[in-house]
Design a protein around this ligand. Structure first.
Ligand SMILES: Cc1ncc(COP(=O)(O)O)c(C=O)c1O
Length: 404
């Protein structure tokens, strides 16, 4: 007899939550308190933002960093610094957080969506080239869930067509592609420090680059159009105030110091989880790309096969898993190339510019990932090794109940 599922009133596989997030102790409290007593609460005269920029750049092998208020703004600063403007086009993934696609729209450019790979849910390089037009200015790959995209192929395509590459590394702190840190493999890269991210200040963002020119431009854009050499009331480009304040920077410095150890734990737990799930038919971790030297595991990504679970939908399965104490979610359920706010604005802009309607190719892998992709978030991977086995136990329990 299969066990009664927790969703049907049975006893859950586990009641204990996985690891608490964010992780903090006296060090974060001291860091915040030090900012208060320093009396320097904002970046221009302060020390925290500058020190954090330096540390974050160093961890990611980047020459320059510009800290900003959040990850969406980091993208905006990079796009504005790159001169991406009204009527330009940017090629990106349709399987990502909306900010990756609405930021181009907010600066006046039209996002074009290339499909993703089933092994990683990152941009499929073969899908990029057919989308390139004379208006294309940049490729915006996303390192989805902390797993680096194929930066060799993307940089090669960009170089051949004279395009910029801006990495959306919002979810990929410390991730490495063929032994190179993400963020400065392309022309610029952006990160988020929003509450769920592997390095968090509650909110926050940063732009990395190895180019002095992009650095100077980003610096101007993030600081109301000032230039580093110019006066306080001298504004050389039209831009807003996107600066990060000293509070999150002080906390972020401590959080960053925890990243190495946490990344090691997440990687080890991910391996245990993969081994445990290899016993579960129909719940398959993504195989990934063997050239990835470090997956940051912001999201542990899985394919769900309804036919292995009595035909039950991914939503129903995720609900049953949550009842068993496993915080599974269905992740992005709507592809961005079909999201109304994105489509309507893109069509409006094309019409204003007298351009034909953007010809959006089908993105079958994206559709599939939105339909039957499942996620576990990074804090699950910070729990103990034996906790990983509960994920497989819960899935097996549900499978037996639904197959009987
Ligand atoms: C892929 C991606 N890009 C951009 C962002 C935007 O970052 P933020 O929430 O800090 O504005 C996020 C954040 O969730 C994200 O996941």
């Amino acid at each position: 007899m299969p066990q009664v599922l927790a969703v049907d009133g049975g006893t859950p596989v586990r009641r204990r939550p996985f690891a608490r997030w964010p992780v903090w102790d006296e060090r974060e409290i001291q860091a915040a308190s030090d900012v208060v007593s320093s009396g320097q609460w904002w970046a221009p005269p302060g020390t925290q933002v500058k020190a954090f920029e330096h540390a974050f750049a160093e961890v990611h092998d980047a020459a320059y960093a510009i800290a900003v208020a959040n990850g969406s703004i980091a993208l905006e600063v990079a796009l504005r610094a790159a001169g991406i403007d009204w009527g330009d086009e940017v090629i990106t993934s349709p399987y990502t957080f909306i900010a990756t696609a609405n930021t181009p729209l907010l600066v006046g450019a039209i996002p074009r969506f290339a499909d993703i790979l089933p092994e990683t849910w990152n941009l499929d390089p073969d899908a990029i080239e057919p989308l390139i037009t004379p208006r294309t200015k940049a490729i915006l790959p996303v390192h989805l869930g902390g797993e680096p995209a194929d930066m060799d192929a993307i940089n090669e395509i960009a170089e051949r067509h004279g395009l910029l590459v801006i990495e959306d590394a919002a979810q990929a702190h410390g991730a490495r592609w063929r032994d190179r840190s993400v963020g400065a493999i392309g022309d610029m890269g952006t990160f988020s420090f929003q509450a769920s991210k592997n390095v968090t200040g509650g909110e926050g963002g940063i732009v990395l680059t190895n180019s002095e020119e992009w650095f100077e431009r980003c610096w101007s854009v993030h600081n109301v159009g000032r230039s580093r050499a110019g006066g306080w009331y001298e504004h050389v480009v039209l831009a807003s105030n996107y600066r990060l304040s000293e509070w999150p920077a002080a906390i972020l410095r401590v959080q960053l110091s925890r990243l190495g150890e946490q990344a090691t734990v997440r990687s080890a737990r991910a391996e245990t989880l993969k081994a445990a799930l290899s016993e579960v038919d129909g719940l398959d971790p993504l195989p990934g790309d063997p050239r990835v030297s470090r997956n940051a595991y912001h999201i542990f990504k899985m394919w769900y096969a309804p036919e292995a679970f009595g035909g039950k939908s991914p939503d129903t399965f995720a609900e049953a898993m949550r009842a068993e104490g496993i915080p599974v979610s269905v992740g992005y359920a709507e592809p961005l190339h079909r999201m109304r706010v994105i489509v309507e604005r893109s069509l409006y802009m094309a019409a204003q510019l007298g351009l034909p309607e953007p010809d959006q190719p089908a993105c079958p892998v994206t559709e599939d990932a939105c339909e039957r992709g499942l996620w576990l978030m990074q804090n699950v991977l910070l729990a103990e090794q034996e906790d990983m086995l509960d994920v497989a136990r819960a899935a097996t329990k549900i499978q037996r109940a639904w197959r009987s």
